[in-house]
Design a protein around this ligand. Structure first.
Ligand code: PMP
Length: 358
């Protein structure tokens, strides 16, 4: 049985990339070498990472003064590197608290300086995105999580910041649509394992004009400027994961971000329509303007039905729909590589479940 993988990350990758990825394990492009055993300083790898960086630039139409890095340590490392590199010793940064990942970013930032938590949806279990908050023009940056993987909320429009640079965790929605007004962003970070490739590397896009202004010494390995100077090979990068990203970026370029965005909208609206209309399911996010098109979270209307639903999913080849352990319920992650037809199959399965158990 063909499985449909709704995992939240690591997650589904485009099926088209697997033949080349598999071949690279044993014989990378006729070199008789595995990509797993080549040097990260070899011209073979330098070509891979340079093409990947170039594709990121093209897809997001990055101006010259933006740099593209592939680093290790995940987005969790970026929670600390952002304030280390961007928050001056006597500075203040604004943070919007939209759940676990932004809370972790806030905790990391408080080690380096003053944090102004401008809004939070904690009192409503993070089921909405706060909107009526004030932005202080003195902030070094405003930090946002564009898609809240655990709760299924998404920031569909960036706030007006009056020149305060946006720093955005796009871990779970990067490349899900084109980015408007890129010049408003000081920095974007995203671990690869949702929309970009296999786990093991993180993409960092940074406007280099905002770097080097904190007044503090930064150890080389934590300094974005040093990584820029060394073109992401300051130390050994995640060679194979970056190759996986390159293949995914080529796939993204072939489709184009406009088509990707259209398909993502289609998948999400199809699933939300079913959840809204089917009496057996309750979407966790009521407010449609805050609903994520990447992670659709829902509960079952009848208590005690969960086990039956789990088994039903398993019997239909549906994998990874369990909600995050902190919130429970269910979650279907509809990342770029999830085909529209797979979501149609899932919707049909939800209808069959209702027919059987409703
Ligand atoms: N931010 C968001 C929005 C995430 O979903 C995740 C992981 N699921 C992270 C940050 C942390 O990423 P990592 O585990 O790669 O550090």
């Amino acid at each position: 049985m063909e499985l449909i993988n709704f995992n939240a990350g690591p997650s589904v990758l485009p099926t088209e990339i697997f033949p080349e990825l598999a071949e690279a394990v044993t014989n990378y492009k006729g070199t008789n070498m595995s990509l797993l055993e080549i040097s990260h300083r070899s011209s073979t790898f330098v070509e891979i990472i340079e093409e990947a960086r170039q594709l990121v630039r093209e897809l997001l139409k990055l101006p010259e003064h933006y740099e593209v890095l592939f680093l290790t340590g995940g987005s969790t490392t970026q929670f600390a590197l952002v304030p280390y590199n961007l928050l001056p010793v006597d500075g203040v940064a604004g943070y919007l608290d939209t759940g676990t990942w932004s809370s972790k970013a806030i905790d990391a930032a408080t080690v380096f300086g003053d944090v102004d938590i401008c809004g939070s949806s904690e009192q409503d279990q993070y089921r909405f995105i706060p909107k009526d908050y004030k932005i202080d023009p003195e902030w070094s940056y405003l930090y946002l999580t564009s898609n809240n993987t655990i709760y299924g909320t998404q920031l569909h429009q960036m706030p007006e910041t009056d020149g305060v640079p946006l720093v955005v965790d796009m871990c779970s929605d990067i490349f899900s649509k084109p980015i408007k007004d890129i010049e408003r962003y000081g920095l974007i970070h995203a671990s690869a394992q949702k929309n970009l490739g296999p786990a093991g590397t993180s993409l960092v896009i940074v406007n280099k004009n905002i770097l080097g202004k904190t007044g503090r010494d930064i150890p080389v390995i934590f300094d974005y400027l040093e990584h820029i100077k060394k073109k992401s090979v300051l130390n050994t990068p995640a060679v194979f994961a970056i190759y996986g990203c390159l293949l995914t970026l080529r796939w993204l370029k072939k489709r184009g971000l406009n088509r990707i965005a259209k398909d993502n909208e289609k998948k999400a609206s199809m699933l939300y329509a079913e959840l809204d209309n089917n009496p057996l399911f309750i979407p966790k996010v009521r407010n449609s303007e805050d609903r994520s098109i990447m992670n659709v979270t829902f509960d079952l209307a009848k208590a005690g039905h969960e086990k039956t639903f789990d088994v039903f999913c398993e019997n239909h080849g549906i994998v990874g729909v369990k909600g995050h352990r902190s919130v429970g319920g269910f979650r279907a992650s509809l990342y770029n590589a999830m085909p529209v037809e797979a979501v149609e199959t899932f919707v049909k399965m939800l209808q069959d479940f209702t027919w059987r158990f409703g």
